[in-house]
Design a protein around this ligand. Structure first.
Ligand code: HEM
Length: 410
């Protein structure tokens, strides 16, 4: 029989377009499998993904996303100019995780996030003002990356005018992690990575002498005169990760969610007429089209899972995008239904100790984005003259371009 696991390649054009039929077969025939192409143990069922997230002793997050995982010597030579290891919250294990997470709890507290609502709405409106008269736009390039990009700049306390540069560096970091680009390009990305490290190191040093009401100031280590129980290296790496985590995932939520609504016009109309449906609609968007397809772990000891033994030292890839369509958890899992009562139990924000610390911000940005777009752009539709284009990333799932059109208001 054809081994379905041999087809796994998130960047293949058919899987960029629609990976879900393959995931359905994988859950049935090879729920946990080794991919020699990616040197990964891929975990596809909801229950197994939850188990990996829970069992932090056997599945370590340390170094799991390190852009430096066995890089090419030329790439390594550039990265050697910076820190020897990438120490961020998402890549830490207990007990370090508890220490670092406490800093984030303060920095991204519900109160702090709720206070940003007027700024987020004004930013969304200003972006819409920029294209509303055109009757058409690329939702990703003209709205969905700028909104969370500007807001994470505000939170960190860096100028919005630096957003484009930070985004380029952050894209370099993402490309390094995927490591699928040609070597010359990866070397360029490594330079971008180092420049981003330097940028945040300098900003943290500025905050040491000139503290402000911002997230970077909260990250300044005690050793530098701040209050955070972090090292300088941890503070820099976490600032870099926050910029990346704080924008590109939410870009994915807005783009993927809009695409789902535009393909279900009656549900789009329902949300437009009754925005109180939005919070649950956002959960369902995250379930059906998860912006982070999956995340990595390192196996610390031989560990059985669904009849397969994952070997010590192996790397696991927990495929949220598959778990979120697991038929043992969700009735008619491929159906997008903004009124689904159990949408919220999706895995798109992870589970357990690493559950996304930015989830309240992502949901607030998502809600405001859809409220303003649906309210201000009547007759919203996909353009038929230009097709949407997916980003070719291993870990992330979302659009690079999403051409939309609407009726220009009188
Ligand atoms: C729709 C948008 C978002 C999605 C889908 C998402 C998804 C995730 C997922 C799946 C994890 C868990 C990773 C794991 O288990 O190893 C995570 C963790 C994290 N996210 Fe998000 N995220 C989003 C938005 C944000 C935002 C806006 C921020 C920051 C402002 C953020 C910051 C973080 C951080 C710092 C962690 C690490 C938490 C920890 O390890 O304790 N995320 N996110």
């Amino acid at each position: 029989m054809d081994d379905v696991s041999a087809h796994f390649n998130p960047m293949a054009p058919d899987q960029l377009a629609n990976p879900y039929p393959l995931y359905e077969r994988l859950r049935r025939e090879r729920p946990v499998f080794y991919s020699p192409t990616f040197d990964l143990w891929v975990v596809t069922r909801y229950a197994d993904i939850s188990e990996v997230e829970r069992d932090t002793a056997h599945f370590s997050s340390v170094g799991s996303l390190d852009a430096r995982a066995e890089p090419h010597p030329e790439v390594r030579a550039v990265l050697a100019q910076g820190y020897s290891q990438f120490l961020s919250l998402v890549q830490s294990d207990l007990p370090d995780h508890t220490r670092v997470r406490a800093v984030f709890g303060k920095a991204l507290s519900a109160q702090r996030i709720a206070a940003m609502e007027p700024t987020i709405r004004a930013t969304a409106d200003a972006l819409i003002d920029g294209f509303i008269r055109d009757g058409k736009a690329d939702l990703i390039q003209q709205f969905a990356y700028a909104l969370p990009g500007f807001i994470i700049c505000d939170l960190l306390g860096v100028p919005r005018s630096d957003m484009e540069q930070l985004k380029r560096w952050s894209d370099d970091k993402t490309a390094l992690m995927s490591a699928t680009a040609p070597i010359e390009q990866l070397v360029q990305c490594a330079h971008g990575f180092i420049a981003m490290e330097r940028y945040f190191r300098e900003k943290l040093h500025e905050r040491r002498s000139h503290p402000r009401e911002d997230l970077l100031t909260l990250l300044v280590p005690q050793s530098l005169g701040g209050t955070a129980p972090l090292s300088e290296q941890e503070a820099v790496c976490n600032a870099m990760d926050l910029f990346a985590a704080g924008h590109e995932t939410t870009t994915g939520l807005i783009g993927n969610g809009m695409w789902l609504l535009l393909n279900a016009p009656e549900q789009l109309e329902a949300v437009r007429e009754d925005p109180s449906l939005l919070p649950n609609a956002l959960e369902e968007m995250l379930r059906v089209e998860s912006p982070i397809r999956g995340f990595f772990r390192t196996v610390t000891a031989d560990t059985p899972l669904s009849g397969v033994t994952l070997p010590k030292g192996g790397r696991a890839f927990i495929l949220y995008a598959s778990g979120n369509r697991d038929e043992t958890q969700f009735a008619e899992p491929d159906r997008f239904d903004i009124r689904r009562t159990d949408a919220k139990k999706h895995l798109a924000f992870g589970k357990g100790i690493h559950f996304c610390v930015g989830a309240p911000l992502a949901k607030l940005e998502g809600r405001i984005a859809f409220e303003q777009l649906l309210r201000r752009l009547p007759g919203l539709r996909l353009r038929i003259d230009e097709a949407p284009v997916h980003r070719p990333y291993f870990m992330l799932r979302g659009f690079e371009h999403l051409p939309i059109a609407w009726n220009v208001p009188a």
